[in-house]
Design a protein around this ligand. Structure first.
Ligand code: HEC
Length: 76
């Protein structure tokens, strides 16, 4: 069994998110709120403005993973 990574569900891209999105803050910062596809694209762009560096391929993987695993919360 793979150990559960802090708050990230299993799935393609989890390792990449773990690598790319935890150098400046805890993963909890990422997982606190769900977002739409556009919302995640905006976040990733803003993180690049703050100094995030990753390949286009990794950024696409991160975007796909977050959009799939962390959609906006339902009302209920
Ligand atoms: C270069 C450092 C850095 C990296 C790498 C980084 N972040 Fe951030 N992140 C920050 C800083 C600084 C803040 C707090 C300031 C802010 O909110 O603008 C933050 C805050 C956040 C927030 C909460 C703020 C909000 O608007 O909701 C989210 C979500 C987030 N980051 C997601 C990510 C994701 C997803 C990645 C990986 C793609 C990532 N971060 C990688 C620096 C970074």
């Amino acid at each position: 069994m793979t150990p559960v990574r802090a708050g990230l569900p299993a799935g393609a891209g989890r390792e990449t998110v773990q690598q790319v999105c935890t150098s400046c803050h805890a993963i909890g910062m990422v997982t606190a709120n769900g977002r739409t596809s556009d919302g995640w694209a905006e976040v990733i762009e803003r993180m690049m403005g703050l100094g995030l560096e990753a390949s286009d391929e990794d950024l696409q993987t991160v975007h796909a993973y977050l959009t799939r695993e962390f959609p906006p919360r339902r009302a209920n």
